[in-house]
Design a protein around this ligand. Sequence first.
Ligand code: SF4
Length: 927
Amino acid sequence: MTTHREHEEVVIPRLRPGSELTKYPPSDRWDDWEEYDAKAWPDRIKNRYRLVPTTCFNCESACGLLAYVDKDTGVVRRFEGNPAHPGSRGRNCAKGPATINQMYDPERILHPMRRKGPRGSGEWEQVTWEEALADIGGRMRKAIQEDRHDEIMYHVGRPGEDGFMDRTLKAWGVDGHNSHTNVCSSGARVGYATWMGHDRPSPDFANADFILLLSAHLEAGHYFNPHAQRIIEAKQKGAKIATIDPRLSNTASMSDYWLSPWPGTEAAMLLAIARLLLVWDTVDHAFMRRWVNWEQTLSERYPDRAATYDNFVRVLKEEYAPYTLEFAAEETGVAADKIEAVALEIARAGHRFASHTWRSAGSGNLGGWQVARALWFLHILTGAVGTEGGTSPNTWDKFKPEHWNMPPPHSRWNEMLWPIEYPFSHHELSILLPHFLKEGRGRLEVYFTRVFNPVWTYPDGFSWIEALTDEDKVGLHVALTPTWSETAWYADYVLPMGISAERHDTHSYETHAGRWLGFRQPVLRVAGERDGHDYHRTYDANPGEVWEETEFFIDLSWQIDPDGSLGIRRWFESPTDPTRPVSVDEYYGWMFDNSVPGLPERAAAEGLTPLGFMRKYGAFEVDKDIYEVHERSVDGAEVGLDGLARKNGKAVAVQVAPGEVRTGFDTPSRKLEWWSKTMHDWGWEDQAIPTYLKTHVYWRDMDIGGNERVLLPIFRLPTLIHSRSGNAKYLYEISHGHPLWMHPSDAEQLGYVTGDLVRINTDIGFFVIRVWRTEGIRPGVIAASHHLGRWRLNDTRGNERWSSALVDIENEGTVWTMRQRKGIEPFGSDDPDSSRIWWKDAGVHQNIVFPVHPDPVSGMHAWHQRVRITPAEETDQYGDVVVDTAKSHEVYKQWLELTKPGPGPDGLRRPLWLHRPVKPTPDAYQV
Ligand code: SF4
């Protein structure tokens, strides 16, 4: 074999003054890139690479990556940023390059495995993909034939793709999409959706004058790296930043204002700012008059008032009169002058006011969804909606291409996902699944957990273990996962799925005021195909037999319906040869040929097919500088007496002035709904306008003078990935500890010093953790980060040894205990770094000690906990966990009592206009 790793004398050209180093290899040389091996210095060893783009899978941002595939060895040497990606623009956070660890981790799952002993015993045997597909597909076929569609459930953690699984579930005719959203963002989504239909914001950070964050956007926010770089760009241009967070996050530390309120009081502060804007009259009346549903509000909520805009402004002033600065300061614990200063900044910024909230307060509190509603109210008042430097609805900045051969919607309704008690839940009530199974609301024949680890990530993990180990409740558990997880341990099949460099997906996110499409691809397959190799399936090119969901689900669908008699196979047949499954080239080739505007022309200009272009660059910019989409005119729609313009019976626009028919927003009125008629009609009139709701961790209800405190358990470490970074050695070397943040005043009052072990007692049990005294947290509030506390039950099998503690779990009746036998230690493997591990602390699994707290409106799990802090007892050890699942079921029932079950108007299970994943036909909404 010839080698390109040759020693040679090199003359290094000197940079001329004023010239710049090339930041990235130019794309015309990506197929044959040469550079010198930095580690070999002072020897000059030249390496040759093929650079293949893909997109990162290590958070929801999908930044571009470039894989450096070594042309001699055929392995990936490293990952860097992809400069052709419009969202990330060549930059990544630490988690992007750490993809290399995940790819070549000596502990990773390389082959499909089936359990041998009882479920959870940790005994596995290797099987072929064909065997796994035949068994799983056969059981699904039988369930579908016997009309047990609801016993098939696909439960996704990190989706990382847009539309493929929706299509697959439609083709199966199964209402089985379950997600992680109600431990993540259901709260904020309902707050935004009730205003505008769209369920999240898209701030134009880069052009803002003032940025208000209720999250840690510079370190861990939604679309973290793409947003962070644009926030810093704005800051460099002079923008000011305010962060509302009880904890001094890295983001707060980079801000001009840090406002540290009592958890759950954020909406009071935001409404006080709204009141000030009204009192100062720093309001964009032209925008409000045109776009807020004030006529409907006055005629239906305030019928005694004449329907004039001035009366509407009067109503606003009256409704928010109680939210004085003094009230807000007392309620939140934040100084009045600080709140006023932020209000002034917002007023000054006007249309260039950008904001974001996603998890944070919206996912911590009972009623947290109103925080997003109150925040968006500030945009309505200032008119900073869809403006340059303002904030748009997310869908304006997200591009969703059509998928090939799309099946029609199904007509089923799965009550275990969309229970009648929660008509407004933004996504599935996924946290309640173990309780629904316990109550006998249903059973599961085939349950897929896909990049999903509820035993560890969710609250109440022992209830999940109880459900997953009961074969009457869960017939077959299939874990589709790139890494080991606590949940995969309780599976029947553990099927290795690719990381970002080993799979196909398309996706697009609202990272800025523009739209792009990203293409994830298996880089070794792409590189091999360029070298003339022909692969049957992606697992032929990936490490071991690691596969990808796209091909897996195409082949599985074929197994469910091998002869086509169920009507499923036809959705997966190749368009050129129906006797075989559609290939990924055919699938994505159709998408790029037919549903991405501008891509065919752009590709042709470079002499490429659209698929060839996406394989070369990994991303395509569809358009940029998108503003004021609501003002786009709509032609050809018939305007009714209600002012709505309809096409095919569906409202698509609204008449905002004589002769002016505009797109508007995704609400029933096509306007921004300060008062939500839908909420009124469904019995939530008291919450139908932006308001402040009392949280379940309300500070005045707590014995702060004693040992009660509010625990914030949801802040993320910027360098870890929920439960998927366990095999990323770079990342664990950076982050491997999560002490309990405690303000010095609390530490002194309670008598603790840094390093003391304490018990944190929740309503269902306790965990033992070490104290860290810090002024970076509000007094009365304690916090411990998410991400750490990983565990395994066997020394050499299960979760990776880079990151997990070896534990014993014992169970007596409904009481479960967990104790760490040892923390992280060096171990022998093919990777010499594994013997150099120097960190020891695996952390404490706190989520498992939290009961479920489903918000009665949004369905969001309210993560914050009212806890008692007590000293660790003599026999306690760091990391101890004790939980009683009978108590957790009781707490579930208490929160269920807060709901207002459907059906609502017209016998519906849920308002028809609200979004939901894999939306069924309207008749399925009827009870
Ligand atoms: S922000 Fe980091 S982890 Fe997330 S997609 Fe980008 S590089 Fe990957």
